[in-house]
Design a protein around this ligand. Structure first.
Ligand code: GDP
Ligand code: IMO
Ligand code: MG
Length: 433
């Protein structure tokens, strides 16, 4: 057995949560390997809608174990809220959730620092979700972080205070006013109190050395799916730096974020929208500023699942998609939100970038510095309502041609096309699973 991987190939919000939920019955274990509550993974079934931030998207299947891996960072307050909300709907979260002792913890003062750094950047701000992601991973890498396993240590409180003092000292250099700062609608001190109360929930969960748990599971024939957060173009190394998140969102992140050897990686499911979106700042070569962009946002309900911010919309970017396929070793593509293009008579796809009079089909070193003009090809839209389509094979011809086009350009099979947010609105290619 090998670990299969499911991750985003664009700028996040591709629909990872939906697909993990669809594939969950095929797996014994779903394991998140990076990111934190900056993620918002939406799952819809039976007329209900859930948005998960930290908990893996396999939680709705009673027979699946969900693991929060060492590469994930946890905000105890957000985690607690998420668990409570799910438990209220009758889902026995605690019975099927394991947490790595090595996962790092987001402190209230990490969130404060995130806000400090963003406001100092002014109009160059990243557009962070302000969940403390950058500062928490910074402390991890600089060997100053606190991990889940620290919670039971006698010196936890001391370490917490030391970190807070250090963070406040940094904030003061930016002339930060703590009294005017709020988190989740609360003063810092009120939030800090709630945060400490939330630690009890985190302590009540089952902690594991997830690298051993997962490798033993593999040896005994268990099927594991690794769930990514964000997307390849937000990867700390290969994304549109500095407009990225602070973790490796690519397949390599599975190895370090779960303790899985590269030789143990199986299929890699790469998820992409039939067009592109991005939330937050940073370069977006195929972004649309016209009524077509508005149409994509309105039809696709493109508003952030975590922050509610409107997502920027644009055409499919084949240069970026091919880059993501290469970096991740994608074995199967999954095209999401095809239905959002139902009313388009023609669809554009960027196949090259034109930069300073030269064309290239590679993502340049610094997407932010170059003025990029995408070179588009135009294909015919299906211009039909996809809601009645019952199988992959029965897709309209123009949609099949769109799929063929993507396959030809990337060299990878499209194994799934999604035509709506619900679990049931999913077309699996016969024989692909
Ligand atoms: P994730 O972060 O990758 O899990 O994606 P998000 O949940 O942030 O955003 C995807 C959004 O698209 C959610 O609102 C989903 O319910 C919705 N969605 C997923 N697949 C489809 C689809 O095929 N069609 C439509 N119209 N919506 C979809
Ligand atoms: P899911 O898992 C889309 C974006 C933010 C910002 C940048 C850095 O739902 O696909 P951070 O909070 O990490 O400091 O933000 O990354 N971003 C996401 N965009 N989907 C996400 O997650 C994202 N997580 C972070 O908007 O531009
Ligand atoms: Mg999302």
């Amino acid at each position: 057995m090998k670990v299969d991987v499911l991750l985003g190939l664009q700028w996040g919000d591709e629909g990872k949560g939906k697909v993990v939920d669809v594939l969950t019955p095929k797996y014994d274990i779903i394991a998140r390997f990076q990111g934190g509550p900056n993620a918002g993974h939406t799952i819809e079934f039976d007329g209900k809608k859930f948005v998960l931030h930290t908990i893996p998207s396999g939680i709705f299947n009673n027979d699946t174990v969900n693991v929060v891996g060492n590469g994930v960072i946890i905000d105890p307050y957000i985690f607690n809220t998420e668990i409570d909300e799910l438990q209220e709907t009758g889902i026995d979260v605690k019975a099927n959730l394991l947490v790595s002792r090595k996962a790092h913890i987001i402190l209230p003062s990490h969130r404060m620092l995130d806000a400090v750094y963003e406001s100092a950047k002014g109009d160059k701000k990243i557009g962070s979700t302000l969940k403390g992601i950058g500062p928490t991973y910074t402390d991890k890498v600089s060997r100053n972080g606190l991990r889940v396993g620290n919670l039971n240590h006698a010196d936890f409180q001391k370490k917490y205070e030391q970190a807070k003092v250090r963070h406040l000292a940094i904030a003061r250099q930016y002339k930060f006013n703590l009294d005017a700062f709020t988190i989740e609608g609360m003063s810092f001190l009120e939030y800090e109190k709630r945060w400490f109360q939330s630690l009890e929930t985190l302590k009540s969960l089952t902690w594991v050395n997830s690298e051993y748990f997962l490798n033993h599971a593999l040896q005994t024939g268990k099927r594991i799916l690794a769930e990514g957060a964000q997307g390849t173009m937000l990867d700390i190394d290969f994304g549109s730096y500095p407009f990225v998140t602070s973790s490796n969102t690519i397949t390599a992140g599975v190895c370090s974020g779960l303790g899985i050897a590269p030789s143990q990686i199986g299929r890699v499911y790469g998820i992409f929208k039939a067009y592109c979106t991005r939330v937050g700042s940073g370069p977006f070569p195929t972004e649309l500023f016209d009524d077509k962009g508005e149409q994509l946002r309105a039809t696709g309900r493109e508003f952030g699942a975590t922050t509610g911010r409107p997502r920027r919309c644009g055409w499919l970017d084949m240069v970026a998609l091919k880059y993501a396929v290469m970096l991740n070793g994608v074995t199967d593509l999954m095209m999401m939100k095809a239905d959002v293009l139902d009313d388009f008579e023609s669809i554009k796809i960027a196949t090259k970038y034109e930069i300073s009079g030269k064309t290239t089909d590679e993502v340049p070193y610094d997407l932010t510095a170059e003025k990029i003009n995408p070179v588009f090809e135009v294909v015919k839209g299906w211009n039909k309502d996809l809601s009645g389509v019952s199988s992959f094979e029965k897709m309209p011809d123009e949609l099949k041609q769109y799929v063929d086009y993507v396959e030809e350009k990337t060299g990878v099979q499209v194994s799934m096309v999604s035509i709506g947010p619900d679990r049931d609105e999913t077309l699996l290619r016969t024989g692909a699973f």
